[in-house]
Each structure stands twice: as C-alpha cells, then as structure tokens.
Design a binder for this molecule. Structure first.
Ligand code: NAG
Ligand code: NAG
Ligand code: NAG
Ligand code: NAG
Ligand code: NAG
Length: 883
C-alpha cells in the first residue's frame, strides 16, 4: 500500500508538474493570441478601403471640393494615404479637409458640395475648419449622416441659416459653426442634441432668441454663442445645463437681467456676458453660489447699483471685468473684506466714488480708471493700480474739477475740491495750442504734397498715350473718336458701300474668311479684277472703335511688313469697312501645314527655309513697330494668325487693330511706372499689356510653333499651353544641340546644318519666353539673331562674341546673350539644367582665359563668373529702366 501510496504521490507530483507546464503553455498561447489580435487590429487600420461605393464617394468628394492629388493621390488607397481620411475596419469614419488646399481650378468656384458624404454611412466626423465652403449647410446633413459625432465647420465661409434638421443628428457631440456668415434664428431643434458636449455658434449673424429648450442639452460643457445679434432674455432654462463649464453669450443684444437661476451651474468656470444690454438683479445671490468661477466678464452692460460683495469672496476667481457699467457706491468697504484679491479686477468706466484710503498692495492688478474717486491716495505707486480719469488729488490725468463737482453735487455729496494752480492751467493751454497748431501745419503740408503729386500725375497721362510722330494711337475700346475724321478718311481709296457689297457678294457666307476679334473678314473681287479682303466692323460689336485706331495707324505709319490697306468705306451707318490687299498664302496659322492633296489628305508642311524667312519677316515688322516708331508701338496680337503671307511667303503683319503706344514710355512719373511694372510682372493686367516685351513673349511662341510644328500655341495661354511650353523649353539648352531634335517638327526634313539653325531659333524662342518681361531681348536683337543663326549657336563665334564684349558692349550678340544668360539663370523650368549650363560656361570661360585676351578670372562664385562672361549689356539695362 505504502508503495502504492508513494507511486500515487509521485504520479501526483508528475501531474502537478504537467499541470504547471500546461498553465504556462496556456498563458503563452493567450499572450500570443493577444499579440495577434493587437497586430491585426493595427493592420485593419491600414487595410484598404473595402467598399466600392465609399471609394467612389470619396473620389466624388475629391473632385467636388477640388482637392489636390498631393493630398488625396488618386491611385493610392484612401484609408492609408489620403490626408484626413480615417478608417476603421476598412470603412471610412472620419473625413477632415481642414488644412488642405484646393487646386487652382478648385479655387475658381468653391462651393459647399459634399453630397457624396451621404454615401459614407459610418462617418462619425467631418472637419473642414478653415476650408472654404461658401454656400449653406445642406438640409440633408441631419437625415443622412446618422453616425455623425463631430461636425466642425469653423471659418468655412458658410452662409444661410442653420438647418433645423441638424437636430436629428442624435449622436452629435461636437458642433462647431463659428466664424461664418450664418444668419436667421437658432433652430430650437438643436435642443434635441442631448449628447452634445460642445456647441459653438459664435461669430455669425444669428438673430432671435436663444431657444428655451436648450435646457435639454444636459451634457453640454461648452456653449459659445458670442458675437451674433441674439436678442431677448437669457432663458432661465439654461440653469439646467448642469455640466456646463464655459458659457459665452458676449457681444449680442441680450436684454433683461441675468437669471439668478444660473447660480445652479455648479461646474461653471468661465462666464462671459459682456457687450449686451443686461441689467442687474440679485447679482450677489447669483455669484455667491458659483464657487468654481474663475473668469467673469460682464463688461459693457447696463449693470448698476452697488458692487456685489460676492465677487470679493469667490475662492477661485482669477479675472473679473465689470468695466463699462453703471456700478456706483463707495469702494473701501469692499476692499477691506474679501479674499479674492489675487485676481485681476477691472472696474473702470463705472460710477464708483468716495475716498480711496486703503492699501492696494494686496491686489495683483486693479483698474479703477474713469470713475469718480476723490481725495488723496496713500500708497499709490502706479504699478498694479490704474487710477486715471478720476477726481483724485495730486495725480495726473484726472477729470476736470467741474466734471467732478457736478457728479458729486448731483448726488448730494460733498466734493473736496482741488483747484488746479493757475500756472499749471495756463501751461496746459499752451500745450493744447501747440498741439493744435502743429496738427494744422502737418495737414497743410500733406495737402500741398498731394496736390503736387496729382498735378504731376495729370501731366503724365496725355503723354502716356500720345504718339510723338505717329499721332494718338489709343488703346482698344476706350478710344475717343479721332478729332478730325478727315485725317482717317483719306487713308487709301474711299470705296462706295455698294461697290464692296458687290465685290463680296453681299458679304455672303461663302466669301467669309474668318470672324476676327475686330471684325469679319470677307474675300472680294473688285470690278477691276483685283482680289481684296474686306473687313466689316459692325458698330454693334464691342470693339467698334478699333477700325478708327487702325485707320489712324495707317495714316501715320507705313512699312512693307504691314498688311497693305487699300482703302476704306465709312459711309454706311453701322458697318464700317476696311479694304486690304488679298494675301494669297493666307496666314501662318493656316499655311504651316496645308492640305495639298485633297485625295489623300496628306499635310504638306512649310520647309525650314520658308519658316526661317517667315520668322525673320515677322521680326522685321515688329522691330519696325518697336524701334522705329516713337513712341514704340505694341502690336498686342502677335500670333500665327496675325502673320499674313503673300504669294512669295513674304510676311505682312495683320491684325493691327489692337496696336497702341507702349505704356510707360515717355516721361511718366515713377509711381505709374512702378505700378505698371508690378502689374505686368504679376500678370494682373486683364488684356494684353501694352509693352513691347509682351509682343516679344508672343513672338517667342510663334517661333516655337515654327520649330515644333505644333499648331495653336501662339494663340492660347491656357494651362495646357503653359505646361507644353514648360516641357518644350526644357529641351532647349545652349549646350546640347541634340536635345532640340526631340522637339523639332517631325514633318521637317533637316540635315545637320539646318538643325543648327533650328536649334538657334529654339534658343531665340526661349529667350523671348523669359517669364520676366524685363529680361526678354528687344526685337531688334531678335531680328539680328534670326538673321545670323549660326552666330547664336556656333561656339567659335559664340566665344568670339563674348570676346568682343570688352571692346563693343553694344554688339547685338552681347545683348542677346546677356538676356539669354538671364533666361537660363532665371528660368524655373530647368532646375536640373542650370548647373550644367554653369559648367558649360565655366569650361568656356577657361578656354577664353587661356586664349589670353579676355583676362577672365576663375571665380568660386558662379554668379560673379557668369556676369563677367556676359556683362550686362547697356541696352538691356536701358530697357529695364523703362519699366
Ligand atoms: C451613392 O452611391 C450610389 C451607388 O454608387 C450612387 O448611385 C449615388 O449617386 C451616390 N449618392 C451620392 C449622393 O453620391
Ligand atoms: C478640425 O481640424 C483642425 C485642424 O486640423 C483641428 O485643429 C480641430 O481641432 C479639428 N476639429 C475637431 C472638432 O477635432
Ligand atoms: C429631421 O428634422 C426635420 C426638421 O426638423 C424633421 O422634419 C424630420 O422629420 C426629422 N427626421 C428625420 C428622420 O429626418
Ligand atoms: C447709467 O445710468 C444712467 C442713469 O442713471 C443712464 O443715463 C446711463 O445710460 C446708464 N449707463 C449705462 C452704460 O447703462
Ligand atoms: C478695463 O476695461 C476697459 C474697457 O472696458 C479697458 O479699456 C481697459 O484696458 C481694461 N483694463 C485692464 C487693466 O485690462
């Protein structure tokens, strides 16, 4: 038995050991399972969105709000990668667009378009604070976002009224609508939101009363309705908000007394009822119960009577502002009692009076200014007490004794007068007199200066539009009719209306060439057999005066590169006609690629020689306008369709109705020029700016059109074009010819030699397209560069051009490369290439140095070096100074 027993006991021990092991194992398993659960929970957060409906809702929201792909990348999973999107169990629970910015397009017409939120059925939080959502809060918010707990629309430019349906958001805990333009009354249905913990409607234009059923918001901790136009009394029902800690109803039109029942708000820490029309009633009763109050602001109301003593015994008070009321009575009794003296007190702008003979040492800070305290102050040191504008003796900045006497006698009190010594009074008068005279003198000086400036400005204006030898060539539609119509009617021949009617087949549609922005163009054949183009300007059109501008222009200038005007016909009442020579080859826009063989639709593009010829011809025309007219004339409509071509592809510039004298020319005052420069550089000016550099820019686009064969670039300025430009310009560099072959019109057949010319034209184009108007080369240098394409690109001549800079700073290539340098350095399109260009210039400068003529030093500073290689040309500086 004993044996048996021992065996049993040993087996018992074994079992015990096994059990222990088992327990350990179970514990380990449990821990592992916990860990796994933990990890999966974490992974769940990162798991992709499961519902396709939610995904498409988010995509909808993305486009209706115009969000950027930087924040919400379209290909990535919203749960893991979209800023402000929160998921739980692969379902969207939170969307915050706060802090996000809209795309440029999205900013154009921002609206409160969040309809797709309705498909995010588990959404608990929507936060768009600071994100503009102009429009009103959709009514469906209340019914279709049942899970919503947080709605934050602070500072969203929301307008309209608060929809009553928000009262159906039964789970809502946080509702922020502050800093918007909400109007109308506060819907009583908000009282149903019994889970609400924060309600912030401040800084809107809400009207009407505070709904009495707000008493139902039993979980409210914060109520802010400040800075609205709320009226009527504070509902006594608010006293049932037993959890409220922060109550702000400041800056409204509330009236009546502060309900004494608010004394029930045991938890209240901050109370602000300032800037209303509230009256006193039982303030002592009210405040003696609010023991947790730390901050009380009751300023600018109609509170009157004696200062409630309760304030002085509030144990937690830190700040008390009773300023701007009608409190009256004597003060000392209050000071001696009470224990709240550590707080900041503001009692200014009341009607407190009497002597101040107690110590202020125990106050942390007290403002007693603008009251009627009188007598001498014993321990006044001016540190923690402000006593200005009282009736105190021996202190500066006090009320007048008359004022004080009046106050005291009105109340049947005695005022111990302190007449100021005569001397002091008269001194005061002197100060006032000096002040007044000084002020007057200053105003006179100001007025004189203003008049002078205005007069200078007035003088500047006529010159700005005037044209010394070209006569007034005013801008577009603001044109006053010319003073002497005979001047313009003698430009070319006078045609009879009938005659032109016949020539164009009654302006038949078949003869219509195009609708131009200044009129309709018709092809016509005169009786003599000459083919002409007739422009019909209807006086109903917006630009009706442009024909006058054009006629004036033709009466003053003539150049082989401008389209020949044969005559005009002004006799018809509404239709004014201009007659031009017919251009057989149309315009560049239509002849760059021409359908030659109607059979197979093949496009025949202009060969390179012709393109270069056209570029030079157009540059000649523009160079004439910019440099040979005084003041310079700006074409303002440089694009492929304005470059007309005769039968030999000689350029005749057309579209002349926009021409005007360059702004900022002749002696304008500095101010105007400065403003204009800012406007033109920031692209503020609505229509084409009237500066030559704008023409240069447009011409650059025409050149690129010639190089790349890409149609329509020169006529548009939209985002796509700009993107295309940026991309194309990145292939144009002075140090790599081959790169340009990537952008050359594929239909051009080009050998090595020609490629160099193409490359040169591309380089010219790029310098024309410098974003800074002042850095674009003047037209005459562009013309020279186009006439000498090899000089632009061949290194020999390139470096010799630089060598020449020492002798002749005015050489065209110097100027041109000067601006090219600028465009290379400044162009933001090429961050990666700039360095290479520097390296290139370093190498070259080394070689120039070794040739021994330039004496150019190596310098560690790239900037300095490059300015030594290409000294700023004089002409460029002059041009810059003009803007
Ligand atoms: C919600 O999703 C459904 C199904 O994809 C769609 O038909 C509906 O238009 C969506 N509603 C909104 C408001 O986006
Ligand atoms: C909404 O987002 C802003 C900015 O991220 C944040 O400061 C604010 O606290 C959020 N609102 C709520 C209610 O969480
Ligand atoms: C929501 O609120 C509106 C207006 O207060 C009410 O007409 C409607 O019946 C409420 N209930 C639902 C489910 O929308
Ligand atoms: C103060 O009371 C006087 C009359 O006692 C009244 O005329 C004045 O408007 C009141 N001021 C304020 C700010 O309520
Ligand atoms: C007291 O309130 C008035 C306005 O009522 C204000 O001008 C003054 O600066 C305040 N004093 C202090 C010390 O804040």
């Amino acid at each position: 038995m004993s044996f048996d027993f021992t065996t049993t006991s040993s087996s018992l021990k074994e079992m015990e050991a096994k059990a222990k092991k088992l327990i350990v194992l179970v514990e380990v398993l449990f821990l592992v399972s916990l860990l796994i659960r933990c990890v999966t929970a974490q992974q769940q957060q990162r798991l992709p969105l499961s519902s396709a409906v939610e995904r498409s809702a988010l995509l909808d929201l993305r486009s209706s709000l115009g969000l950027r792909s930087r924040d919400w990348p379209i290909k990535a999973d919203p749960c893991s990668s979209w800023k402000g999107v929160k998921c739980e169990n692969r379902v969207v629970t939170g969307v915050s667009v706060s802090g996000l910015r809209r795309t440029r397009v999205g900013r154009l017409n921002p609206r409160f378009r969040v309809d797709s939120l309705a498909n995010l059925t588990r959404l608990t939080s929507f936060n768009s604070s600071g994100f503009p959502l102009p429009g009103s809060i959709p009514d469906w918010f209340g019914s279709r976002l049942p899970a919503l707990q947080v709605l934050d629309l602070r500072s969203c430019s929301v307008s309209g009224s608060i929809p009553g349906s928000l009262g159906n958001l039964s789970r809502l805990s946080f509702l922020y609508l502050s800093d918007n333009n909400l109007n109308g009354s506060v819907p009583a249905t908000l009282g149903q939101l019994n889970r609400l913990s924060v309600l912030d409607l401040s800084r809107n234009s809400l009207t009407g009363p505070i709904p009495s059923n707000f008493s139902l918001l039993v979980n409210l901790a914060r109520l802010d309705m400040s800075s609205n136009h709320l009226s009527e009394q504070i509902p006594t029902g608010l006293s049932s908000l037993s959890r409220i800690q922060f109550l702000n109803l400041a800056n409204n039109n509330l009236t009546g007394s502060i309900p004494v029942e608010l004394g029930n708000l045991d938890e209240l820490v901050e109370l602000d009822l300032s800037k209303n029309g509230l009256e006193s009633k039982s303030l002592d009763d009210l405040f003696s119960r609010l023991v947790r109050l730390q901050v009380i602001v009751l300023s600018e109301n109609k509170l009157d009577g004696a200062l409630p003593a309760a304030f002085l015994s509030m144990p937690n008070l830190r700040f008390l502002d009773l300023s701007g009321n009608n409190f009256t009575g004597v003060f000392p009794s209050l000071i001696s009692s009470g224990n709240a003296t550590g707080a900041v007190f503001n009692l200014s702008n009341n009607k407190l009076y009497g002597a101040l003979n107690s110590s202020f040492g125990k106050f942390s800070s007290i403002d007693l200014s603008s009251n009627y305290f009188q007598g001498k102050v014993a321990d006044y040191n001016g540190r923690n007490v402000i006593l200005d504008r009282n009736c105190l003796q021996a202190l500066s900045n006090q009320r007048s004794s008359d004022d004080c006497r009046l106050f005291y006698t009105e109340r049947g009190l005695t005022f111990d007068d302190f007449s100021e010594p005569e001397a002091k009074r008269s001194r005061k008068w002197i100060f006032i007199l000096v002040g007044v005279l000084g002020g007057l003198g200053f105003i006179v000086i100001l007025v004189v200066m203003l008049v002078l400036i205005l007069r200078r400005y007035d003088k500047g204006i006529p010159k700005q539009r005037g044209c010394a030898n070209v006569g007034p060539v005013p801008e577009g539609d603001s044109t006053p009719p010319p003073k002497d119509p005979s001047i313009v009617s003698c430009v070319g021949d006078s045609f009879a209306y009938e005659q032109l009617l016949n020539a164009t087949g009654n302006f038949s549609a078949t003869n219509l060439i195009k609708h131009g922005h200044s009129g309709d163009f018709f092809k016509g054949v005169l009786e003599s057999g000459i083919t002409v183009v007739v422009k019909k300007v209807s006086l109903h059109s917006i630009k009706k005066e442009s024909y006058m501008t054009e006629l004036e222009l033709f009466s003053k200038v003539s150049h082989a590169r401008l389209v020949p005007l044969l005559g005009q016909c002004l006799e018809h009442e509404t239709d004014k006609l201009l007659v031009y020579k017919y251009m057989v080859c149309g315009d560049l826009a239509s002849s760059l690629h021409r359908v030659t063989d109607l059979e197979d639709d093949s496009l025949q593009s202009l060969d390179w020689i012709t393109r270069l010829k056209i570029a030079i011809g157009a540059a000649e025309g523009l160079s004439y306008l910019h440099h040979e007219c005084n003041p310079p004339l700006v074409h303002r409509d440089v694009q492929a369709s304005s470059i007309l071509l005769d039968d030999k592809f000689e350029v005749r510039l057309g579209s002349l109705s926009n021409i005007c004298a360059q702004e900022g020319d002749s002696n304008q005052n500095v101010l105007t020029r400065l403003l204009r420069r800012q406007a033109s550089e920031s692209g503020l000016s609505g229509s084409s700016p009237a500066i030559c550099a704008h023409d240069v820019y447009c011409f650059g686009k025409v050149l690129l059109e010639l190089v790349t064969g890409k149609l329509g670039i020169s006529k548009s300025d939209d985002a796509t074009t700009r993107e295309w430009l940026e991309n194309t310009l990145s292939h144009i560099t002075m140090y790599d010819k081959e790169m340009v072959s990537k952008i050359v019109d594929p239909s051009l057949i080009i050998d090595e030699d020609l490629l160099e010319e193409v490359w040169a034209m591309a380089i010219v184009a790029r310098s024309c397209l410098n974003p800074k108007p002042s850095r674009r080369p003047p037209m005459k240098y562009i013309l020279k560069a186009l006439e000498n394409p090899f000089k632009v690109v061949r290194e020999e001549s390139f470096s010799s051009a630089r060598l020449r800079t020492t002798s002749s700073r005015r050489s065209w290539s110097t100027a041109f490369f000067g601006s090219w340098r600028q465009s290379s350095l400044e162009s933001s399109t090429l961050p990666g290439h700039t360095n290479r260009e520097f390296t290139g210039s370093l190498k070259q400068s080394g070689r120039v140095g070794s040739h021994g003529s330039g004496g150019i030093e190596h310098s560690s500073s790239n900037k300095r070096l490059s300015s030594e290689i290409f000294p700023e040309p004089v002409e460029i500086q002059e041009i810059e100074r003009q803007y």
